[in-house]
Design a binder for this molecule. Structure first.
Ligand code: BES
Ligand code: ZN
Length: 871
């Protein structure tokens, strides 16, 4: 396999175009016959060959204009089929075989526990048949599926059902037609013996849409939340973006073996069952929220992705960044905006900031790749969504909506570039977006230095903001253009009216949003009576890191008083991080640990604040994660971070334990379980407090919660707290949980993750044991992520000084690479901290990385990631 790079600058338009494709599948476990009949038009000159992509397909026959071709009339390699001297327009019919059962890569057509299904984005369709497998080649698809009627009563594909009927030998068929031209990556087929939940939706123009969610029989009752989410999504896209659904039917199928979360195939979404199935006994509140957002995300792709698609895969953020922005807004409108923002920014920091500081850092619009599958990253998705959010802030809701309307109107039915999107935004923007485009081409998280001076005599407050460029990638960075939301607070926490002095040239948008565009700029505010405190980057208006010289007291003040709820959370995290880093420093230099009383009292204030939204309160009382703390260490000493964090927890419980417990008890609910947002916030706070109570000597309350809970959120939190304790209660709860849920693979994922995430020293041994447990199957990605992935993200054990964590994960990467290269390469990303390790750890990891790279027939996927890490 070639490890060659593909470059954006090498893009060339397709030389052949398709109008229609008729597909016929004769489904068979190991030898499915695929017939494809395409109407083709040559766009280029006669001597330009038609080169079709292929992977793991076996050619049976080719017909040009109905005449079978002889072997000498085409060139066949394992990855292509080339035809020369073709007429201006012609029909091409290809017959080939594929083996769905052997398809453990879960890419193309495969079988997942008895169900035939497909995953074709980005380049899976070439594993079904010979094709121009690129997103700028669009065609109208018709599909005929032939299968055993008893084993596969349900036959589905894109679009609307056209015809179905019985055949001889117990077989039947269905014909589906999708009237909308689409690229091959949006193609889908499903066949199985499935249960279904049916509903309908009336669109804004009074069209009735049939809605179906298909799942394994017996799981129908777990689909109702997903169905509600679908209807909410359809309504929201009409109200907020004026977008209506365009087919007569919307099908969703839930499957257990799926590489990703879900896929937006036209009219036939295929979902990882994790993002469909839920009820109070088996799913946590976080699971429910995840379902709502993923159902929304895939639905919203119908306009941002399907109706308007990408010209090439370098444009991926065009559909993914924009659709993540849309699903974030959907969740914000349905739930709490501040809480949603906090959770989105947390995810951005934990996944994207880390990626952007690592050897795999790349711009949201990359210039090259070896394997496109590796670019479905936090950067393309989450940072991409932040870039759209900044445009939204700069334009304001009304202009943004007008610009989106223009985008839909202008490019409907086309495969376009991010430049086309920016063009539409520019048309309705009060600002020139030229400099803004750097967000698409530069990588790394921008860092800002903020300093300020108050002048008593002139009553001016001067703020200087400097962009510094610490990107890990060597490229020369130019200053960014972005909105920066601020407030100046007086000592009574009142917000001052912001009046800029005439000679500060900068622009203020909407009173409190500064427009930053230069490497260094100074804003002078006048009529300021006393030294104010600036609350900055409110609501996380730009995805940047900010350095200040604020004291603990100043952050404690913002934490208690900021009007911007997001920034109150932000201050809580900054304060906690400052305190924690000091303790980590102490641990590293063998000095005694001590916890700042400023932090304890700030924490206490939040704890006793009875006006705070409970969910926001829970977020503010949560310490920064180990992975967040790791980001700010130059050389990694993982154990010191755990020691410091556990020390802070114990100290907080020692000082405030009675209040924590009192409030915990006041939140115990005896009422019936409900998904209403108030109840969810209550559970979130209660469970946050429970994690502190786990640090008590006697953790009877934790076991009591496990025993008495009437929902998975409470039960799982108690279980994971117990899984880190040394008590007998731990064994009882784990055994109970396993026995109760061992037949439910989605719940077993949680069990595996709890065990693999434990800090206890027996964790590596437990993980090894579970690999052989009957509930585990290395071919199922969810199980791999839960057991092996959770262990690899368990920094304490992954970075074990004996190197066994590295060796274990490297061996699994090699084993998985033979089965499923996408899952293997996803896992190999955990080695990204390589360059920041101490000498001993780096040598141990190096050995493992070299072992991976020297593996025979290593996939491009893993090669690309590991070779980048090892430079
Ligand atoms: N188009 C993607 C699915 C996909 C991802 C296909 C990677 C091929 C490779 C889909 O719209 C998506 O983004 N799914 C996300 C969930 C989403 C809510 C961010 C996923 O699968 O993780
Ligand atoms: Zn997506």
């Amino acid at each position: 396999m070639s490890m060659e790079k593909v470059y954006l600058k090498d893009y060339e338009k397709p030389v052949y175009e398709l109008s229609t494709i008729d597909l016929e599948f004769n489904l068979d476990d190991t030898k499915t016959l695929v017939k494809s009949k395409m109407k083709v038009k040559r766009l280029g000159s006669e001597n330009q060959a038609l080169v079709l992509d292929a992977d793991e397909v076996e050619l049976k026959a080719i017909f040009l204009e109905g005449e079978e071709l002889h072997e000498s009339e085409y060139e066949l390699t394992s990855n292509s089929l080339t035809l020369h001297n073709l007429p201006k327009s012609f029909t091409l019919e290809i017959h080939n075989y594929i083996n769905p059962e052997a398809n453990t890569a879960l890419d193309g057509l495969y079988k997942s526990s008895g169900i035939f299904c497909t995953q074709n984005e980005p380049e899976g369709f070439r594993r079904i048949t010979y094709f121009l497998d690129r997103p700028d080649v669009m065609a109208v698809y018709t599909t005929k599926i032939i299968a055993d009627k008893k084993k596969y009563p349900i036959l589905l594909s894109n679009g609307n059902l056209f015809e179905k009927g019985d055949l001889s030998d117990g077989k039947h068929y269905a014909i589906w037609k999708d009237p909308f031209p689409k690229p091959s990556y949006l193609y889908a087929l499903v066949a199985g013996d499935l249960g279904v939940v049916n509903d309908s939706f009336k669109t804004m123009s009074d069209k009735d849409i049939e809605l179906n969610i298909y799942c394994d029989k017996g799981n129908e009752s777990k689909c109702s939340f997903a169905m509600e989410s679908l209807k909410n999504s359809m309504k929201w896209d009409e109200e907020r973006f004026g977008r209506e659904y365009d087919l007569d039917i919307y099908n969703i199928v839930a499957v257990d073996s799926f590489n990703m979360g879900a896929m937006e195939n036209k009219g036939l979404n295929i979902f990882n069952s994790h993002y469909v199935l839920a009820d109070s006994d088996t799913a946590t509140d976080t699971n429910f929220m995840g379902i709502e957002s993923v159902i929304g995300h895939e639905y919203f792709h119908n306009w941002t992705g399907n109706r308007i698609t990408c010209r090439d895969w370098f444009q991926l953020t065009l559909k993914e960044g924009l659709t993540v922005f849309r699903d974030q807004e959907f969740s914000s409108d349905l739930n709490s905006r501040a809480v949603q923002r906090i959770s989105d920014v947390k995810a951005l920091r934990e996944r994207q900031f880390v990626e952007d500081a690592s050897p795999t850092s790349h711009p949201i619009k990359p210039e090259s790749y070896i394997q496109i599958n590796n670019f479905y990253t936090a950067t393309i998705y989450e940072k991409g969504a932040e870039v759209i959010r900044m445009i939204h802030t700069l334009l304001g809701e009304e202009n943004f909506r007008a610009a989106m309307d223009l985008y839909f109107e202008t490019f409907d039915g086309q495969a376009v570039r991010t430049e086309d999107f920016i063009w539409a935004m520019q048309e309705k923007s009060p600002f020139n977006l030229e400099q803004f485009k750097l967000w698409y081409s530069q990588s790394g998280t921008p860092e800002l230095d903020i300093s300020s001076v108050y002048d008593k005599k002139s009553k001016t407050f001067k703020v200087t903001i400097k962009q510094c460029f610490l990107s890990p990638v060597n490229t020369e960075q130019k200053p960014y253009f972005f909105p920066f939301k601020i407030a100046l607070l007086d000592n009574k926490a009142q917000e001052l009216n912001l009046i800029l002095e005439n000679n500060s040239s900068q622009i203020l948008l909407d009173k409190n949003i500064l427009i930053i565009s230069k490497e260094e700029e100074t804003f002078v505010f006048k009529d300021v009576d006393a030294t104010p405190l600036m609350s900055f980057n409110q609501n996380f208006s730009a995805p940047v890191k900010v350095h200040t010289s604020y004291s603990l007291d100043e952050y404690a003040f913002l934490m208690a008083n900021d009007k911007d709820e997001f920034n109150r959370f932000e201050a809580s995290q900054t304060l906690a991080s400052m305190v924690l880093h000091k303790i980590i420093d102490a641990v590293e230099s063998d000095l005694p640990m001590s916890l700042s009383p400023i932090f304890v009292s700030a924490f206490d204030k939040v704890l006793k604040d009875m006006d705070l939204d409970l969910s926001l309160k829970a977020d503010m009382l949560t310490l920064p994660s180990v992975s967040m703390l790791m980001q700010d260490r130059k050389v990694l000493d993982v154990e010191a971070i755990y020691i410091a964090k556990n020390f802070v927890k114990r100290e907080l419980v020692r000082e405030l334990g009675a209040d924590i417990k009192g409030q915990y008890i006041s939140l115990i609910n005896t009422k019936e379980y409900s998904l209403d947002s108030k109840e969810m916030s209550k559970r979130k706070l209660k469970n946050t407090l429970l994690t502190y109570l786990g640090a008590l000597k006697d953790s009877g309350v934790v076991k009591a919660q496990y025993d008495n809970s009437n929902n998975m959120t409470d039960r799982l939190t108690a279980l994971s707290v117990l899984a880190n304790s040394r008590e007998n209660a731990k064994i009882d709860a784990l055994t109970d949980f396993y026995e109760r849920y061992k037949d439910n693979t989605l719940v077993m994922n949680k069990y595996l993750a709890v065990i693999a995430s434990s800090e206890l020293k027996e964790t590596p041994a437990n993980v090894l044991k579970l690999l052989d447990d009957e509930i585990f199957d290395i071919k199922v990605p969810n199980l791999v992520r839960s057991l092996i992935g959770s262990f690899a993200r368990n920094a304490l054990h992954f970075h074990a000084v004996n190197g066994k964590g590295y060796k274990f994960v490297a061996d699994k990467v090699i084993e998985l690479d033979k089965l499923n290269p996408q899952i293997a390469s996803g896992l190999s990303g955990v080695f990204k901290d390589y360059s920041r390790l101490n000498d001993n750890a780096r040598n141990l990891m190096k050995k493992e990385l070299e072992k991976i790279l020297s593996t025979k027939d290593l996939s491009k996927n893993v090669y690309e990631i590991v070779s980048k890490i090892l430079v």
